[in-house]
Design a protein around this ligand. Structure first.
Ligand SMILES: OC[C@@H]1[C@@H](O)[C@H](O)[C@@H](O)c2nc(CNc3ccccc3)cn21
Length: 606
């Protein structure tokens, strides 16, 4: 009869043990290696027994590639892996942090900061299930999501990837994992990886732990906290992730009290694996081992020793797979790293691969290609956009509310102004098509906020769009417009490029607000990954809406502006008055925000 590990009727642990005992050290180290797709040739995959590949650097099958091209690319990598002696399937991973953002024409959902404002775990689950289908449409079974950061300082470039500053709200929204992976059966064993079907994907809770607590929000920096504070603020979402059977957990670049998380055996092994009984595998971040030293990669053998002994099971290498294999082989052969540590890592990786069903289903289910960008998913994203919007002001003191806006303008015209009214890339933000995101309207399929406004007003109402209207023109034409919609905000960024100490609205946003709102009744729609400085303008603004980074379904904004739906969103983050107050979070002794955590005005559908 065939080898036990190939028999799906065998118990999981029997398959793992049977396969593990057959493996050479080189094959074990291969399983621990995740390389970038750019190096994933058939030779490299088979000669180094590579266990995982990620879409990292900038590699895509081709610009605007259809799902079939992704399927083909992943298939080629898989065929090479299955050609090896033991035929262990490769696990392809990608960042799908707000939908399958890297893939042309995928549905792009609001980034987590906006989803947190819905406070709806069921919505999060539905979104997770839709994203899993879109990822599977491209033949990929593994995503580096959700980010469970508890962002404590909006100056952090990744704050938009965090559901909230409040650990309890992040815990609620962590239910997205049950969407990605499928719901763990009640009474099912806890802590072990769970993937319900071939329509689900292996998720990755990241970045363990304290990524959102660094000093001044400096990315990859140091989180100073007592163990009690770490457990109270940053750890809770991982309990929810493990209870849901999250398959993998990614380690944070940041440090805790000066100790690099990638070298922290106490938190990764003693606490996460032994105390919390996490049974999936722990993966490093990109060059995470290299960055244990400064400068990075200064002493790779030391980095590997510290990272692997800390409890990291799979290493996102992504290029130096030869050096990694050679150095780790030496460290095991000279007894620095015990074989038991290697076996623990490989067991965890194999457990996830067996649970994913990769041995039985190594290739894509091509019947799913139609799931990518499906209208049903876009409708769900549009609902998420509606419910993520937070109404911060609606009418000046003593004046009647401006929102919901009439669809018929009595004067016949409305003015739409601002850099973000007609910019699909800016409304999607980072991690969209490109790592850093893109501006403009050619990046993927979607609907801009302006498109939404035009389709919402009744015929005969003239929508005048001017990206950066001249103050004089406004003055001359002021009587022509019943009201103006000013859409401004941040341009796309990701990670360190988003670190920002002043948090002002980028130019020419403030000038547009002053030019337009100084003359015409205006609603300002702010497209940003976080609260920004608005106090200087709040007096001349009639209505203010936080739209966060809504993604491709821009009609979700006009749906609420024009009253088809009411505003219901509540702030997932404190809206500071001045950056001098930061960090300032709900529950702090000194708490004098412009708008407090949980704030949000409501309107009724008209
Ligand atoms: O894209 C893989 C990971 C991602 O899952 C982590 O959340 C993030 O911290 C992370 N940073 C990098 C490094 N920068 C980078 C991003 C995309 C392509 C190439 C490099 C890679 N990754």
């Amino acid at each position: 009869p065939g080898a036990k590990y190939k028999d799906p009727k065998q118990p999981l642990n029997t398959r793992v043990d049977d396969l593990l005992r057959r493996m050479t050290l080189a094959e074990k180290i291969g399983q621990m290696s995740q390389i970038d797709q750019e190096n994933a040739t058939a030779d490299v995959i088979s000669n180094y027994f590579i266990g995982s590949v990620l879409r990292g650097g900038g590699s895509v099958p081709a610009a605007d590639a259809p799902p079939e091209a992704w399927v083909k690319m992943v298939e080629g990598i898989q065929r090479a892996a299955l050609s090896t002696r033991l035929g262990i399937p490769v696990m392809f991973g990608i960042d799908a942090v707000h939908g399958h953002g890297y893939v042309y024409k995928a549905t792009v959902f609001p980034h987590n900061v906006g989803l947190g404002c819905t406070r709806d775990p069921e919505l999060a689950k539905k979104i997770g299930a839709a994203v899993a289908l879109e990822v599977r449409a491209t033949g990929i079974p593994f995503i580096f999501a959700p980010c469970l950061a508890v962002c404590r300082d909006p100056r952090w470039g990744r704050c938009y990837e965090s559901f909230s500053e409040d650990p309890k709200l992040v815990q609620q929204m962590a239910s997205i994992i049950s969407g990605f992976q499928g719901e763990i059966p009640t009474g099912g064993w806890r802590g072990a990886p769970f993937i319900a079907s071939q329509h689900n994907v292996a998720a990755c809770a990241k970045h363990y732990v304290g990524d959102g607590g660094t000093a001044s929000g400096i990315n990859e920096n140091n989180t100073v906290a007592t163990f009690h504070e770490l457990l109270g603020i940053h750890m809770p979402p991982y309990y929810n992730a493990i209870i849901q059977g999250v398959s993998t957990i990614m380690v944070s670049y940041s440090s805790w009290n000066g100790i690099k998380m990638h070298a922290n055996r106490f938190l990764v092994t003693d606490f996460l694996k032994n105390k919390l009984r996490f049974r999936g595998f722990v993966i490093s971040d990109w060059l995470g081992l290299d960055r244990i030293t400064s400068p990075e990669h200064a002493d790779y053998p030391l980095s590997i020793k510290l990272g692997i002994l800390a409890g990291i099971d799979m290493v996102m290498i992504p290029y130096q797979y030869v050096e990694f294999r050679d150095d780790l082989m030496t460290l095991v052969q000279n007894g620095t790293i015990p074989m038991s540590r290697i076996d623990d890592a490989v067991r965890r990786i194999l457990r996830v691969k067996f649970t994913l069903g990769l041995f039985e289903n190594p290739y894509a289910d091509t019947s799913l290609v139609g799931e990518l960008g499906k209208q049903e998913h876009r409708d769900l994203a549009r609902e998420a956009v509606r419910r993520s919007l937070v109404l911060l002001k609606n009418g000046k003191p003593g004046e009647k509310p401006l929102l919901p806006l009439p669809k018929k303008a009595h004067g016949g015209s409305i003015l739409v102004a601002g850099s973000h009214a007609d910019d699909l890339g800016s409304q999607c933000g980072g991690w969209t098509i490109k790592w850093q995101g893109m501006t403009g309207n050619n990046l993927t399929a979607g609907t801009t906020i302006l498109d939404g406004i035009k389709s919402a007003v009744v015929p005969g109402t003239d929508v005048v769009f001017s990206e950066n209207p001249d103050a004089g023109l406004i003055q001359q034409n002021r009587g022509r417009f019943d009201y103006a919609i000013v859409v401004v905000g941040e341009h796309p960024y990701a990670e360190t490029s988003g670190d920002n100490l002043n948090l002002t609205i980028p130019a020419p946003g403030p000038a547009i607000i002053q030019n337009v709102c100084g003359s015409i009744k205006c609603v300002v729609v702010l497209v940003s990954g976080r609260p920004l400085v608005v106090e200087p303008y709040i007096g001349i603004i009639d209505a203010l809406v936080a739209a966060w980074l809504p993604g491709t379904e821009g009609k979700g904004i006009s749906d609420v502006l024009f009253g088809d739906y009411g505003f219901t969103g509540k702030l997932s983050r404190t809206w500071f008055r001045s950056v001098d107050q930061l960090p300032m979070n709900v529950g702090d002794a000194h708490y004098h925000p412009l708008f407090p955590f949980g704030f949000g005005l409501e309107t009724k559908p008209s």
